[in-house]
Write a protein that binds this ligand. Structure first.
Ligand code: BGP
Length: 463
């Protein structure tokens, strides 16, 4: 069977500023720079974010390699901590400005559409220290100033914007489950952070529209990691538990971004538990009027849910886990390196969900991929990683995506995570995801077998 994709389908891959550039010449630290400084042992092999894949210096060669693989599009992010000197006035750092101008111009020169994201877990550390980070509405306003500045500087050439990558991960990692600094566990504060991130995204969208950047051919969206919630069984209790997980982890951002409204049921539950966010009528009005033009959806793994089996431990106060338990489904297929289930059919479920429940808004797969540890063991004598498992993984996911598109879902493209093996938060360089292998010692970059396969795919617009 041949899988052909719509005309002008985006083929490419995504990375982020903090994971690819390295920290060279940055005027400020972000949260990860700071965390590494105080706790290097929290990072795999104690490898920090200073060098990463050296995109700051090698962007030309890197983009040329992406072009060689047939990319027509590519996502990265503008680091707030690189572009801006003074956060209050949003004054611009000359070196940062030159760097992003060069990246954008080089991409366009090669015929690669740049998709620019404004926040990939990389809040400037000073804004946490001084104001409490995403718990503060003042920081929300500073972010909107930063976003406005980016549009003014780059929207003449960048037509596809993203306000946030996976905002729910900021909530989960930093305020619930301790996998990102500041590693706080506090349900009420987590909920406020979730609200503030929604508000920040809406304020950036408002700046975009007020500035007329949409009328000038631009569009703005958000990237959400929509992890479909599957109940253990059809029993009411399991279904309700899965429904809560969907409300909290997906729809808190999805409904707000697309429909301008928090799900009523979620608001009700948060009220009953006395953890509802602090909001004003004016903010909610702004949110309702500032919805996205398109969506990026990151999909890696499903969320399996069962009803709570043991009494919830209240000692830390309310947490979302009061309403569900994670379910370890027997026989599930795993990527054991990352500990994530592999379930390609979710691509189809996502496509149909967007079509049916979210006005069939334009969207694309902004991340999907497979992180594998110790990939050098798959290297052949010519130094090429033979990552057939990755090609198979992509194919299986694309088959289900294709089915969703055939049934009318308005999907614009597919980006792998990531073009070149890049740095991953606390996992650093443990798991590799790229089409292109990175030798961390020499910074040598070598195309993997999957990269050559992808090149054929982009030529044929399918496989
Ligand atoms: C997504 C993030 C990426 C990337 C990817 C792979 O959630 O948007 O930044 O890191 O996951 O996950 P990890 O690096 O944790 O293995």
């Amino acid at each position: 069977m041949k899988y052909e994709f719509p005309k002008n389908f985006w083929w490419g891959a995504a990375t982020s500023g903090p994971q690819a550039e390295g920290s060279f010449n940055k005027p400020h630290k972000n949260m990860f720079n700071y965390w590494y400084e105080i706790e290097p042992e929290a990072f795999f092999d104690k490898v920090g974010p200073e060098v990463t894949s050296n995109f700051y210096h090698s962007y030309k060669e890197d983009l040329a390699m992406m072009k060689n693989l047939g990319f027509n599009s590519f996502r990265t992010s503008i680091q707030w901590s690189r572009l801006i000197d003074d956060f209050e006035t949003a004054s611009v750092n000359e070196d940062g400005l030159n760097f992003y101008n060069n990246v954008i111009d080089e991409s366009l020169k090669l015929g690669i559409t740049p998709v620019m994201n404004l926040h990939h877990f990389d809040l400037p550390y000073d804004l946490y220290k001084e104001y409490g980070g995403w718990e503060s509405k003042y920081v929300v306003d500073l972010y909107a100033k930063f976003a406005k500045k980016c549009f003014e500087l780059f929207a003449d050439r960048v037509k596809n914007w993203i306000t946030f990558n996976e905002p729910i991960v900021v909530v989960e990692g930093g305020y619930l489950y301790n996998f990102h600094y500041p590693k706080i566990t506090d349900g009420k504060r987590a909920v406020q952070v979730g609200y503030n991130l929604n508000l920040a995204s809406a304020k950036a969208i408002k700046e975009f529209k007020d500035g007329g950047f949409d009328k000038a051919g631009g569009r703005i969206g958000i990237v959400l990691n929509l992890t479909p919630s599957y109940p253990r069984s059809n029993e009411k209790k399991d279904v309700e538990a899965a429904d809560f997980a969907d409300l909290f982890f997906n729809r808190m951002f999805l409904d707000t971004a697309v429909k301008g409204k928090f799900p009523e049921k979620l608001v009700e539950i948060l009220k009953v538990n006395s953890v509802i966010w602090d909001s004003t009528e004016e903010e909610l009005d702004l949110i309702s009027k500032s919805t996205v033009d398109y969506l990026g959806i990151n999909y890696y793994q499903p969320r399996r849910i069962k009803a709570k089996e043991e009494a919830f431990d209240n000692s830390k106060g309310w947490l979302p886990d009061k309403h569900f338990d994670n379910y370890i489904m027997p026989g599930r297929r795993m990527n054991t390196y990352r500990g994530w289930e592999i379930y390609p059919k979710a691509m189809y479920d996502i496509a149909i969900n967007i079509k049916k429940n979210y006005n069939n808004i334009p969207w694309y797969i902004s991340e999907n991929g497979m992180g594998v540890e110790g990939e050098e063991k798959f290297m052949n004598k010519d130094g090429m990683v033979e990552d057939k498992y990755r090609t198979d993984f992509i194919k299986e996911h694309l088959e289900y995506l294709h089915k969703g598109i055939e049934e009318g879902s308005n999907c614009l493209g597919y980006h792998l995570w990531t073009p070149i093996d890049c740095w991953s938060w606390s996992n650093a360089y443990k798991n590799r995801y790229g089409f292109i292998a990175l030798d961390l010692k020499t910074q040598k970059k070598t195309i993997k077998e999957s990269g050559y396969w992808f090149k054929e795919l982009t030529k044929n617009n399918g496989f």
